[in-house]
Design a protein around this ligand. Structure first.
Ligand code: DLZ
Length: 158
């Protein structure tokens, strides 16, 4: 969890497996593009830093975070991926919409992980404000995209 004491991008390099033989799918939501674009850059650069080849990182976009479930499911069912990462940013508004989307995505991704054979890494920022999202997508609390890339490599190796 991102707190003032925990930078999302801090990790022990020696504990990350080599990713040069791994293939990754990334599904990224188009809502809040400043945030999701930064998450994507973080995820891709961290995968590559650990050996993943650019041709083995396949990125697909979906309109909003709710569609991340369908996008991840398609990637999982089509096969060929060692791990799939979803990236989205939901920012609280004035209506309960935020809660429904966050719960829906969380449930949908949990269900994929519980029922399918490919790990799906949960890179959904759920924040009250844009500023909180900025801090977690390359700001002073790191980049959740980096964290998801590390988790994807570890789960691919699992
Ligand atoms: C509708 C909606 C709203 C209000 N807010 C967000 C958001 O903050 N982040 C996000 O990724 N998507 C949002 N969406 C779009 C929904 O995720 C979804 O795309 C639509 O409800 C269509 O299914």
């Amino acid at each position: 969890m991102a707190t003032a004491l925990h930078n999302l991008s801090d990790y022990d390099l020696s504990k990350v497996p080599d990713a040069s033989n791994m293939c990754f799918g990334i599904v990224v939501a188009e809502w809040n593009p400043e945030i999701t674009g930064a998450l994507l850059n973080g995820a891709v650069s961290t995968l590559e830093k650990h050996g993943a080849l650019p041709e083995n990182i396949h990125v697909k976009t979906v309109p909003g975070s709710f569609e991340l479930i369908y996008g991840a499911r398609q990637m999982v069912l089509n096969g060929g991926y060692d791990a799939v990462i979803i990236l989205g940013s939901v920012i609280r508004g004035e209506t309960p919409h935020f809660d429904y989307i966050c719960q829906g995505v969380t449930f949908g991704i949990s269900r994929l992980n519980a029922t399918q054979g490919t790990p799906v890494i949960y890179g959904l920022l759920t924040t009250d404000t844009l500023e909180q999202a900025q801090k977690r997508s390359g700001g002073k609390l790191g980049n959740k995209g980096d964290e998801c890339a590390i988790d994807a490599i570890k789960m691919a190796k699992f």
